[in-house]
Design a protein around this ligand. Structure first.
Ligand SMILES: [Fe+2]
Length: 156
């Protein structure tokens, strides 16, 4: 608890750019997240509420937001999917990294999320974009691969 002036630290240890919505219904949150007429602050509140709810339906709802017109929102989606460490997000994250027309900020965050999720199956795609013309994407793939290797080493 705090006095309302200090942003709350989430259970993920991050201070979110928008506090999670109080709404608990995944379908309602998904609609808010995908509402292109809604304010970005409100859409982000739906994103963080879905992250906190977690599970298959929440992951699917968040992944549905990748068709959003806002690169900022797509970037935020990749970030929270990394925080959730749920491998069910990997197909959608792979598509963001592979899409050369995607904004570099989103591709970079998709690669970092793969490192955070920690599934060794991500090695192939991360290696594939290790020499991406975008240095931010290439460096993110390198960091993600190092994180995967780091976790594998300490778990052996
Ligand atoms: Fe980022």
């Amino acid at each position: 608890m705090n006095d309302g002036n200090i942003p709350e630290v989430s259970e993920f240890g991050s201070v979110d750019p928008a506090p999670p919505s109080n709404e608990k219904d995944v379908e309602t949150l998904k609609q808010v997240l995908n509402d292109e007429t809604e304010r970005m602050f409100v859409r982000m509140r739906a994103v963080f509420a879905l992250r906190n709810i977690g599970g298959k339906e929440a992951v699917e709802a968040l992944c549905s937001g990748f068709s959003s017109a806002s690169a900022l929102l797509r970037h935020e989606l990749a970030y929270v999917l990394g925080q959730m460490q749920d491998s069910r997000a990997l197909p959608a994250l792979n598509r963001r990294l592979e899409d050369l027309d995607e904004h570099v900020m989103v591709r970079h965050e998709a690669a970092e999320a793969m490192g955070a999720i920690g599934n060794r199956n991500s090695r192939e795609i991360l290696n594939r974009f290790l020499n991406d013309p975008s240095v931010e994407v290439a460096e993110s793939c390198e960091v993600a691969l190092d994180l995967l290797n780091h976790h594998q080493t300490i778990n052996e």
